[in-house]
Design a binder for this molecule. Structure first.
Ligand SMILES: [Zn+2]
Length: 448
């Protein structure tokens, strides 16, 4: 403690807290003190310490900023271009042909729009897996968000793909004042061969980098892998050594019972990101097996995937859908309670992106990534069960203020670091060239 004014003090709010068993509770009329980007204290003391910036948050709830654990942020540029299609046609007929036109400028504009959308929805950190990631890193630097970034690659790019991914991860690790962390980002076991995956696992160990990839995205991929190779995609990750690294697996709706002991025996830290809206939209027959993963102690973070499949980057919606889809698929209304959903949204999502020691809970010593939610609207009143109100009644648009590392990025719904109108105008000008599919090229073929 020092006598100098704190950088930021938030008063009068209800704070979501975790006890030492990680159960979620709420403290009313609390004061949060932030100094040097870190939470210094969360108290119910009536005294307001001197502060450079003071936010009166009476009537609002303070939560850890949401984490989008798997997305392709710049794909907001493709929001709505490939609708009502099965996975194979979505990739081969639209998304991969369009992505063959992608320029760094398209990626930059998409990333800026995506960051605006996420800040407005109370998302403070996102795990991005895409191309031209230098551009995304500079957008993150400028807009003030936190991000876990990986340069995606396919084996069709040759060894240069994984070398570029490594070079990106090493160069940007710890950038933007520590707000950027990095991962190696092979696309998936169906587009990256075993040799490349094994080389990636070796690089991950050598450089202490995590791996972020798609695997066993759906049941078809698991079955095709078994038919062709006699092993599941998860078993491919084990035999190539990927599961000896820290790994973030996107989706995993095709994880089979035989995969569970494989995941349990992983020597690295395994996490899974779930993005249920896209699974429903593609009519995939199964969802991420959250209950089985929970029984193995594997964190499941919330995600949206890209907006070309999910149509939004709304993690708030992913939280509600995860709760609903889990209840529906397990046939158990007592499973995935609102408190469990909030645990996924906070500590489990932080762990999924490798930031479980610095984010995920509002407690002294944690980075000050905080969102303030206004529950005064008619759709959130009265409040009988605050956890249920947050998960099932509140919406992303109820977030009033978004703070990352103690810096306010949105105050009273006004974005302070992104000019949305300008981004939308510039992006609009680029659309004809981006959407042109007359050349017949695609960046990859989807063949599970
Ligand atoms: Zn994805």
């Amino acid at each position: 403690m020092t006598d100098s004014p704190a950088d930021l003090v938030i008063t009068g709010c209800t704070v979501l807290v975790h006890d030492d068993q990680e159960h979620i509770g709420f403290e009313e009329n609390a004061t949060i003190v932030v100094r040097d980007g870190v939470i210094e204290s969360v108290t119910t003391s009536p005294e307001t310490p001197p502060a450079a910036e003071l936010i009166d948050a009476r009537g609002q709830v303070a939560l850890p900023g949401l984490v989008n654990c798997h997305t392709h942020a710049p794909m907001v540029a493709l929001r709505g271009v490939a609708e009502d299609l099965p996975t194979e046609e979505w990739f081969n007929d639209v998304v991969w042909p369009v992505e063959s036109n992608l320029t760094a400028k398209d990626v930059e504009l998409g990333a800026r729009l995506a960051c605006a959308e996420m800040i407005r929805a109370g998302v403070t950190c996102f795990a991005d897996h895409y191309f031209s990631m230098d551009t995304v890193a500079s957008v993150v630097e400028g807009c003030g968000m936190r991000a876990h970034l990986g340069e995606a690659y396919f084996s069709s790019q040759g060894p240069q793909g994984r070398e570029k991914s490594l070079e990106f991860a090493l160069r940007h690790r710890g950038a933007a004042g520590g707000r950027i962390t990095t991962a190696l980002a092979p696309h998936a076991p169906y587009t990256v061969d075993d040799t490349d995956l094994a080389a990636t696992a070796e690089l991950a160990r050598e450089h202490g980098l995590p791996v972020h990839l798609h695997a066993s995205e759906n049941r078809d991929q698991a079955e095709t892998s078994l038919e062709r190779h006699g092993v599941t995609p998860i078993e491919v990750l084990a035999r190539t050594g990927i599961l000896d690294a820290d790994v973030l697996i996107a989706h995993g709706t095709g994880i089979l019972d035989r995969d569970l002991p494989v995941l349990q025996n992983a020597t690295g830290r395994v996490a899974v990101a779930t993005a249920p809206r896209g699974y429903l939209k593609f009519a995939w027959p199964t969802t991420t097996p959250v209950r089985a993963l929970h029984d193995l102690g594997i964190p499941v973070g919330l995600a949206t995937d890209g907006a070309a499949s999910n149509n939004s980057l709304d993690v708030w919606e992913s939280m509600a859908l995860t709760a609903l889809v889990q209840k529906s698929t397990t046939g158990d209304p007592r499973w995935l309670t609102s408190r469990q959903a909030l645990h996924h949204a906070t500590l489990q999502s932080a762990r999924a992106v490798g930031l479980g020691d610095t984010l995920g809970t509002l407690a002294p010593g944690r980075r000050a990534d905080i969102v303030l939610v206004d529950l005064s609207g008619p759709h959130t009143q009265p409040v009988h069960d605050l956890a249920a109100t947050l998960v099932h009644s509140a919406r992303a648009s109820d977030v009033r203020t978004t703070i990352v590392d103690g810096r306010v990025l949105m105050r009273d719904r006004a974005l302070l670091t992104v000019d949305v109108a300008e981004v939308v105008r510039e992006l609009g000008e680029r659309m004809p060239a981006l959407l042109d599919r007359s050349h017949g090229r695609r960046i990859q073929d989807y063949d599970t």
